[in-house]
Design a protein around this ligand. Structure first.
Ligand code: PMP
Length: 457
């Protein structure tokens, strides 16, 4: 492959998501060319162990022929069907019914999107419409967690509580508010689960009282915060947040874009917590990245409330590619692989191996914390294990880690706060984990050997 030409064309024309544009122009693109199972190849022929499932989405691993066949057959049969004008297609209808069967009992209706950001954006629009239809038009305020991620749409990026999504974008909006992240490793109250849960509930209650319960529309949260640094709250946290929302009369929205589809063990993280949200957003693992698709699931009460408020007018929310038949056919096959192809089972069986591998890294001089649930995990690197002091941002440790990992044959996520994120595909074997941790140790040692990093310790 003529990579030099591609690097030039990319530099000159392709705008990449969430990079520093100047850094990208200097570094140049890495062109990925093929994938099999948990492994990718780049255009230089380098073999890479993907420890991040693309972008926490290729939960099946790469190269599943049955998914390719499902897409091919659907493309041949009917490549597109609009959902407008009362039309529909068989795979989309079957997928909606399947998701209702798999998700918590409260969720009875599905609106399909192209990904997670428009799922969050749709959820916001449905919520606003619902409260207006209820005659509660003052309920316009949204609460999320600090370090939360809810996508990149005009409103969703304001619910996202990461500074780079706000800076120069005039966000957050005045109706978007935040409460502290539970963050066990850095919670000022310590890591006691009961204290963390109590303080989150108290923070939500205080925020709602400050704004006025009759002015708050919804609380959005991820069961495990992904892009904020894989922050795993104590068991029982999600349930306590739902109970608090019920008590305060605000909608409880769970964003399972990352945590869905076996990522944390069960099909959905809500399942393990016995939580029944009013709305849920999905994407990523829904199609395992083989085609773009997301979804908003809602309770029948929310659906009926919107329907009743519309008199005889259409509800003005729609996308050309909502319920795309090819994506739906892909999703149906992906769901079959999770359930009947042994992928969920493998994720549950090997989660202890993953956790043990991460915990073993705590012996490394750079690693302050190891955390995981299912096949979602992180290592947090610190300059001082006692004080948990972070490295100086000028050291650009995340960039160093990402490049060292790549040189050692792993793709992982290196967050700006010196957190390494891992989301292995559910097809990982114990040999893949052995290789991952061997390469990871080499990566950490390579970074530790850099004089600027040694000096910072
Ligand atoms: N919500 C969460 C929790 C996410 O992690 C993401 C993507 N990382 C999104 C929403 C947005 O999804 P997308 O990138 O598909 O638009």
């Amino acid at each position: 492959m003529q990579t030099d030409n591609l690097v030039t064309l990319d530099r000159d024309h392709l705008v990449h998501p969430v990079v520093n544009y100047r850094t990208h122009e200097q570094r140049g693109v890495t062109v990925l060319t093929s994938g099999r199972g948990a492994y990718l190849q780049d255009s230089s022929g380098r073999e890479l162990l993907d420890a991040f499932s693309g972008l926490w989405c290729v939960n099946t691993g790469y190269g599943h022929e049955s998914i390719v066949r499902a897409a091919e057959e659907q493309m041949r049969q009917l490549p597109y069907a609009t959902g407008y004008f009362h039309f529909g297609s068989e795979p989309a209808i079957r997928l909606a019914a399947k998701l209702v069967e798999l998700t918590p009992a409260s969720l009875q209706r599905v609106y399909f999107t192209m990904g997670g950001s428009d799922a969050v954006d749709s959820a916001i629009r449905f919520i606003v419409n619902y409260w207006n239809a209820q005659g509660k038009s003052e309920k316009k305020h949204f609460i999320t967690l600090e370090r939360g991620y809810h996508g990149s749409s005009s409103q969703g990026a304001g619910l996202t509580a990461l500074p780079v999504f706000h800076r120069n974008f005039d966000l957050p909006l005045p109706n978007q508010h935040r409460i502290p992240s539970p963050y066990p490793y850095r919670n000022p109250l310590g890591s006691d689960p009961a204290a963390i849960i109590e303080s989150s509930v108290a923070a939500l209650r205080d925020k709602v009282h400050e704004l006025g319960a009759d002015r708050v529309a919804a609380f959005f949260c991820e069961p495990i915060q992904g892009s904020g640094g894989v922050i795993v709250p104590p068991k029982g946290w999600l349930k306590a947040m739902q109970e608090c929302c019920q008590e305060l009369g605000i909608l409880f929205v769970v964003d399972e874009v990352i945590t869905g589809f076996g990522r944390t063990g069960p099909m959905f993280a809500c399942e393990a917590e016995g939580v029944t949200p009013d709305l849920m957003t999905l994407a990523k693992g829904l199609t395992a990245g083989y085609a773009p698709m997301g979804a908003v699931m809602m309770s029948d009460a929310v659906y009926q409330g919107i329907a009743e408020g519309a008199a005889d007018l259409p509800i003005g929310h729609g996308h050309t590619y909502s319920a795309h038949p090819v994506s739906a056919a892909v999703a149906l096959e992906v769901l079959r692989l999770y359930q009947e192809g042994g992928l969920l089972e493998n994720g549950i069986a090997l989660a202890p191996r993953f956790e043990e591998g991460l915990r073993a890294m705590l012996d490394h001089p750079l690693v302050g914390d190891a955390r995981s649930r299912g096949f979602l995990g992180a290592l947090e690197l610190v300059a001082d294990k006692q004080s948990k002091e972070r490295f100086d941002p000028s050291l650009k440790l995340a960039d160093r880690l990402f490049e060292a990992a790549y040189d050692n044959g792993i793709i992982l996520r290196a967050f700006a706060d010196n957190v390494l994120g891992f989301a292995p595909a559910l097809c990982y074997t114990s040999n893949d984990f052995d290789l991952l941790f061997e390469r990871l140790e080499r990566t950490l040692n390579a970074v530790l050997d850099q004089p600027e990093v040694r000096q910072a310790l």
